[in-house]
Design a protein around this ligand. Structure first.
Ligand SMILES: NC(=O)c1ccc[n+]([C@@H]2O[C@H](COP(=O)([O-])OP(=O)(O)OC[C@H]3O[C@@H](n4cnc5c(N)ncnc54)[C@H](OP(=O)(O)O)[C@@H]3O)[C@@H](O)[C@H]2O)c1
Length: 332
């Protein structure tokens, strides 16, 4: 078992054309350093993966590299007493698929302190339906809690709502008693977003983007996956003491603001880096994703399952805004 070959999606950052991304056969000797070797049952596709696979953004800090920032499966070799052979585990972020061979492979080998024990009541498929997207959604809720965002303060706007992070954030926040308004570029998905808990769905194309230092205070808080002009406008429209969790840049990396929302309304922008989450917080959030932060409609966010050979095509569709929900990756 320990010497079996396996398929992997190898990315050569510097290459062009069909040589850039290939499915190759590797053996355990090809894997990088680490105490825990895992047979990967499931991985998943995140925006960062789509950027890495297509070369649409500089994600890889090592080349060639096996892509995939998420993996879940069973330990097959271990030098860690904490994770014996046979243990079910999750690895997300930490550098997987960025500078360390990632989860788009039948096997990974990683440092033990990247590994999370599978929470009771969760399996590898559910863990990867969540993946970095679900973990990020849970972290956003935790950021809200730590900065006193209370459901009674009013509606929360979730931007990029049909995407992986967005739809899971809608579902978790709604299950926690927040009134959630979903902003989406895909109004045709309104019924689906409402089934996940959105009280209302707004069309991104019709969203007014105010430019004054302060606009009327419409939202009690926001979770933003889009960035750019939309985030700049949102910060001006948050009620006193509200929070905006800034997560993504699907619409741009710029942020233009004055200090007015901060000094006159006490508004906070809360940053979030899921890949760099401290280990104790990471372990606690995964436990919560199996309990009080478990998205009640998790199976309804599953919109597709692909193999390694289909990853280029689905990544291009994701970057073009033509996917929604969560896409599982079967690496073998
Ligand atoms: N900070 C972190 O740790 C962290 C972790 C995970 C993800 N992220 C970031 O969060 C964002 C979402 O990630 P994801 O995995 O959920 O990706 P995703 O599934 O592709 O979702 C992105 C969503 O953003 C919206 N969108 C796409 N292109 C857009 C554009 N040009 N302008 C405005 N909105 C656009 C779309 O939603 P609608 O059509 O519904 O509007 C799309 O479904 C990405 O920027 C990703 O890099 C950051």
């Amino acid at each position: 078992m320990a010497d079996a070959s396996f398929a992997a999606l190898m990315i050569r950052e510097e290459a062009t054309g069909p040589d850039r991304v290939r499915v190759v056969s590797l053996g355990p000797a090809d894997l990088m350093e680490g105490e825990v070797e895992v047979e990967v049952a499931w991985s998943s596709l995140n925006y960062k993966d789509a950027l890495a696979v297509t070369g649409g953004g500089r994600i890889l800090r090592h080349s060639p590299l096996v892509g995939g920032i998420d993996a879940a499966g069973r330990v097959v070799a271990s030098a860690s007493a904490e994770f014996p052979v046979g243990a079910e585990v999750i690895v997300t972020g930490c550098g997987l698929g960025e500078f360390h061979h990632g989860g788009f492979a039948g096997r990974i080998r990683v440092p033990a302190d990247w590994v999370v024990p599978m929470p009771e009541g969760m399996d590898a498929e559910q863990a990867m339906l969540l993946g970095t997207a679900g973990f990020t959604a849970a972290m956003a809720v935790s950021r809200f809690e730590l900065n006193r965002q209370d459901p009674s303060a009013g509606p929360i706007l979730v931007t990029g709502a049909s995407g992986g992070v967005g739809c899971l954030t809608v579902n978790i926040l709604a299950s926690r008693g927040f009134e959630v308004v979903a902003l989406s570029g895909k109004p045709a998905l309104s019924d689906w977003l409402k089934s996940l808990g959105a009280a209302e769905v707004l069309d991104r194309a019709a969203m007014p983007l105010g430019k004054r230092p302060l606009e009327s205070a419409r939202w009690a808080g926001a979770v933003d996956l889009v960035g750019g002009e939309l985030l700049s406008s949102l910060v001006r429209s948050i009620r006193p003491w509200g929070n905006v969790v800034s997560i993504g840049l699907a619409g741009g990396a710029d942020l233009h603001t004055t200090v007015m929302p901060f000094i006159l309304r006490g508004v906070s922008i809360l940053g979030l880096s899921s890949a760099r989450c401290p280990r104790d917080w990471r372990l606690a959030l995964w436990e919560r994703l199996a309990s009080d932060l478990r998205p009640p409609k998790l199976s309804e966010v599953h919109t597709g399952t692909v193999g390694l050979n289909e990853l280029m095509d689905v990544s291009l569709r994701m970057l073009a805004g033509r996917t929604h929900g969560r896409i599982l990756v079967r690496p073998c």
